[in-house]
Design a protein around this ligand. Sequence first.
Ligand code: SF4
Length: 283
Amino acid sequence: MNAEQILAECRETGLPLSKIAVRRESAATGLSEEEIRARFDRMLGVMEKSASAAREQAVYSVSGLTGGDAFRYENYRGRSLLGETLSLAVACALSCSEVNASMGRIVACPTAGSCGIVPAAVLAAGRGLSREKLIDGLLCAGLAGQIIGEHACLAGAQGGCQAECGSAAAMAAAAVVEMLGGSPQQSFDAAAIAIKNTLGLVCDPVGGLVEIPCVKRNAGGVAGALCAADMALAGIRSHIPFDDAVEAMDRVGRQLPASLRETAAGGLAATVTGRALAEKIAR
Ligand code: SF4
């Protein structure tokens, strides 16, 4: 399955991406549309909790390396430079990531390390929309993620952070466009732009823990996702189509040295401070 095939299916049937996602999921699992949507509704519930928990009360990771930033940012938000939607998205992304780092419950979308981007985009851009619309967005995100998983990868250890936070940003961008009434082509344009803007992003977690730089990369990832969605909704096309962007991500991932693929041997993990923090938590 690729985006070209999905877009052709949309053209033939006149159906939006979320309906195509349901049809395909139903064919693969044997579940009815109602059952599939109920499953996504349960995921949305988990996302809502993780996106608010660390904003309401400071949450810290088990290692003590990270925490408290979602709460800090939530209290600052009234003065944010970013406007209501983006500042809420940043706060939600920080919250999900901190909940993950504290071993709380999150939805890996596509992974635990990148778990803040899709919920933050869907919840912030979806304020005032029906729950059904948010579920449509998540279905769309799933479709984009499935294509990336089939043609590239979704793991930092395999493809670098572009495969985790980059994929999540693409999934989130596609979701937001669908939720806000954009066309299937616009969803894939947004997803392609998100991938292009994260291409080559390395995976370099300090001490091998999914905390530094992961928590803040989720905040940056949702900003990139919303920016990509906004451009696509404005009618800006991606010169490089989604399928090509995914192919580039796959190729770039294979070219990344092992030190930049979750081994904690390169990038930020290999800085003086990164190494010192790793030593501190190992003691
Ligand atoms: S830096 Fe690595 S571990 Fe952290 S979110 Fe990115 S891919 Fe995941």
